[in-house]
Design a protein around this ligand. Structure first.
Ligand SMILES: NC(=O)c1ccc[n+]([C@@H]2O[C@H](COP(=O)([O-])OP(=O)(O)OC[C@H]3O[C@@H](n4cnc5c(N)ncnc54)[C@H](OP(=O)(O)O)[C@@H]3O)[C@@H](O)[C@H]2O)c1
Length: 209
């Protein structure tokens, strides 16, 4: 069965997936790289990286994924839609290697890049976007890539089958928060927790049968 999955989604203890303000110079605002330091230290990220618990989780990001859906604020800093030359953060060969659907009010022609990356810019409800992405993914799964707003909207709509969160032991106090409006969201999921020696805690929410 085709599933809708979130992977490596990193939040602070108080539930923020990015700090503020988001900008070209500070994509994660005052959080800097602290939310993703655990991942940058893995072999998933670089050949010199570590091969422990964090790497085992990180690797699942790409396994069996045929399309990604992301929010406008993941694709670029505020104002990117006014720059016709903005092509995302990731260089000419982004790390997705599938069709990517960018949810935005600012639609533009699709952008084909190296490595099988094709970005489509669509204004659609979560359910509509997911139907489109599922079709593009064939028999593979669809990843919801973030940020917090998009993951929250897909959770609220009951569209997520598997959510991998990484809780990083920092308190950000402000930014883009995941949990708002999701009271009792854990109902309907089997929740498992793994503590990593690195200090982060991996949580998986898997939709109950
Ligand atoms: N911690 C992590 O693991 C992680 C993962 C991914 C990203 N991030 C970070 O999270 C931040 C972005 O998160 P965010 O919550 O601010 O924003 P986001 O979820 O990336 O994007 C939200 C924006 O997408 C557009 N959008 C969302 N749903 C839409 C729909 N149904 N139709 C049309 N447009 C829609 C709207 O932008 P417009 O109205 O402007 O078009 C909305 O403001 C960035 O800093 C990013 O780097 C963190």
């Amino acid at each position: 069965m085709q599933r809708t999955r979130v992977h490596n989604f990193s939040i602070s203890l108080d539930g923020f997936a990015a700090g503020e303000p988001q900008s070209l110079e500070t994509p994660f605002g005052h959080a800097g790289q602290r939310l993703h330091q655990w991942m940058i230290a893995t072999r998933f990220w670089s050949e010199q990286g570590a091969d422990g618990v964090d790497n085992a989780f990180a690797l699942r990001h790409s396994d069996g994924i045929g399309a990604e859906i992301m929010g406008a604020n993941k694709f670029g800093p505020p104002g990117w839609a006014d720059d016709p030359n903005w092509r995302g953060w990731w260089g000419e060969n982004p790390p997705f290697h599938t069709p990517v659907y960018v949810l935005t009010r600012h639609e533009r022609p699709s952008l084909e890049m190296e490595g099988g990356n094709v970005f489509h810019f669509i204004k659609a409800s979560p359910a509509e976007a997911l139907a489109t992405a599922k079709q593009a993914a064939g028999e593979l799964d669809v990843r919801i890539g973030g940020g917090a707003t998009v993951v929250r909207d897909f959770l609220a709509a009951g569209l997520i089958d598997h959510l991998h969160l990484v809780v990083v032991p920092i308190v950000l106090g402000r930014g883009a928060r995941l949990w708002d409006g999701l009271e009792e969201i854990q109902d309907g999921f089997d929740v498992e927790t793994v503590s990593s020696p690195s200090g982060v805690v991996h949580l998986t929410f898997t939709r109950s049968a």
